[in-house]
Design a protein around this ligand. Structure first.
Ligand code: CUA
Length: 155
């Protein structure tokens, strides 16, 4: 079968683009380690109040000096409402919801994710600048959504 020269050029071009796109996905996944969230942490949303460590939300210090912060989002507040952490500390936030979908955004940082009942979402941030960071729910969750906020004090 005869394939016109231009047709072959276009087929080669299309194939090259396909290889390029696949290569970018592999580079992102295996070189830059950018992957979709695994969603491996689940929780019974009806038993959040009695499931450790979410039965005592708050800050936990690790042996290496970093911190874990456990948050429960519910209509229309975060527990804990206020958190105080030393400047320069690295904090891993673990957040779940005991009712509906909420948002977890710490203003002026790259921490911003959805909080979905039944799942534990997390993000890591190092707080280098002192000050009070606003924590807001940025998913509409009901009539009191605009009152759902907290604060993280870095000093
Ligand atoms: Cu919670 Cu909006």
């Amino acid at each position: 079968m005869h394939v016109h020269r231009y047709e072959r050029v276009w087929m080669a071009f299309g194939f090259a683009i396909l290889i390029l796109f696949m290569a970018t996905i592999f580079v992102a996944a295996f070189v830059d380690n950018i992957n979709p969230p695994s969603g491996s942490q689940t929780i019974d949303p009806t038993k959040v109040g009695s499931t450790p460590p979410f039965d005592h939300p708050g800050l936990h210090r690790n042996a290496d000096g970093s911190y874990d912060a456990y948050y429960v989002a519910h209509v229309f507040a975060f527990a804990p409402a206020r958190l105080t952490i030393p400047r320069g500390s690295t904090v891993t936030f673990y957040v779940t919801s005991s009712d509906v979908v909420h948002g977890f955004e710490i203003a002026q940082t790259d921490v911003n994710f959805m909080v979905i009942p039944g799942w534990v979402n997390s993000a890591v941030h190092r707080f280098t600048r002192p000050g009070t960071y606003l924590l807001v729910c940025n998913e509409y969750c009901g009539i009191g959504h605009q009152d759902m906020y907290g604060a993280i004090e870095v000093k």
